[in-house]
Design a protein around this ligand. Structure first.
Ligand code: ADP
Length: 362
């Protein structure tokens, strides 16, 4: 009997000790979260505030009585609401400008668990300024290089036209002309990239995609003269887009010109525009040299080229896909690349319904 009582006592004691242990652990986790310099907010299944740390209290000006209040009462930026309410939460979070202190930038990251969500808000002001400085620097350098380059190109053209040019100078002038033209293309692409990056949002205009793609197709046919590919244009929908016609023409042309450049002579290229469940899909399919899997994720980095020699020989700047990525991003579309080395590639993008104008719209 006594042994039974003491066994029960031991069990109770060990249960109490486990409970105490868990409570201590919980306290430690809470104090660690409280001490964190980033704002942490725990949200319930009604998007109401459940718990928050000191940094969140300072940033969102929260008071104890705010418990249960909706998060949108404290963060009203439309980008945040869009990110929060999306069916799949973007991994990279969302950047917003602070509503209390102008020129202070925040990054919000949500992690759902069960019916609740954990919101972490980071201050990314320093990073934002560094990024701004990098962008301005590239834009300024490119702009400054434009005038000297134009002067050089003008003189080179004049000299090259002289009938009495000594033959041993001819080759040198040809090379100088080629290289200044290349530099000019790089500077122009860098300027275009800076402009697209700076104009994070642009005015949305209606774009007749049948017209735009016919134009892209005609330009491709002209470029195709030395390659002899069969180029097909397949338009399955008259749906248009809302966006920037100039930037989209440049981006989609870039993809088509790449298909021409990176396909051995006499290949097949199909440009298509079709309706899908997710929105309208643009695609360029080629049966060219293809891309090995390890390169695919890096292709949109500036100056990333698989074969530098080939890219230069075809007049490439290594900036084309970086421009494409940014233009598509402005139109809420992502570049998809599928490829098999030696067999060919498909570069595509799906434009979401928010940017599509249905052909049936009156
Ligand atoms: P580039 O000016 O060098 O063409 P891009 O940014 O347009 O620069 O493309 C980056 C690299 O991606 C190219 O150098 C090439 O190696 C590869 N690439 C692009 N399009 C294709 C394609 N359709 N087929 C095979 N490789 C491609």
């Amino acid at each position: 009997m006594n042994t039974l009582i003491s066994a029960q006592g031991n069990e109770q004691q060990s249960a109490l000790a486990t409970q105490q242990n868990s409570t201590d652990q919980l306290k430690k986790i809470r104090s660690a979260l409280r001490a964190l310099r980033d704002a942490v907010v725990l949200l319930n299944d009604n998007d109401g505030l459940e718990w928050w740390n000191q940094a969140a209290e300072d940033l969102l000006l929260l008071q104890v009585s705010d418990k249960g209040q909706c998060i949108f009462d404290f963060i009203s930026a439309p980008e945040f609401r869009q990110y929060y309410q999306a069916t799949t939460i973007a991994d990279e979070g969302v950047h917003i400008e602070s509503w209390h202190a102008p020129k202070r930038y925040l990054k919000c990251e949500l992690t759902p668990f069960g019916d609740e969500k954990l919101l972490i808000i980071y201050d990314v002001t320093r990073l934002h300024h560094l990024e701004e400085m990098r962008r301005d620097f590239v834009a300024n350098v490119s702009h400054e290089l434009r005038t000297p380059l134009t002067v050089m190109m003008g003189y080179l053209e004049n000299f090259s036209d002289q009938p009495d040019m000594p033959p041993h100078w001819k080759r040198g002038f040809e090379l100088m002309t080629q290289q200044t033209a290349r530099m000019n293309r790089i500077v122009n692409d860098l300027l275009l990239l800076s402009r697209i990056e700076i104009e994070e949002t642009h005015e949305l205009h209606y774009i007749d995609m049948t017209k735009l793609l016919t134009h892209v197709y005609d330009d491709a046919q002209a470029y195709n003269a030395g390659y002899g590919h069969s180029i097909h244009l397949q338009i399955d929908t008259y749906d248009g887009l809302y966006g920037s016609e100039m930037y989209l023409t440049s981006a989609l042309s870039n993809l088509v010109i790449n298909a021409i450049k990176y396909t051995p002579k006499g290949g097949n290229i199909t440009i298509s525009w079709a309706n899908t469940a997710e929105g309208c899909r643009f695609a360029v399919e080629d049966d060219g040299i293809g891309i090995a899997p390890q390169h695919i994720a890096r292709l949109t980095e500036r100056f990333y080229r698989i074969d530098k020699g080939r890219s230069r020989a075809t007049g490439g700047t290594g900036l084309g896909l970086a421009i494409v990525k940014h233009v598509l991003y402005q139109h809420q579309a992502n570049l998809q690349i599928e490829s098999v080395e030696g067999r060919g590639s498909t570069f595509s993008a799906v434009f979401p319904a928010t940017h599509v104008r249905s052909a049936h719209t009156p």
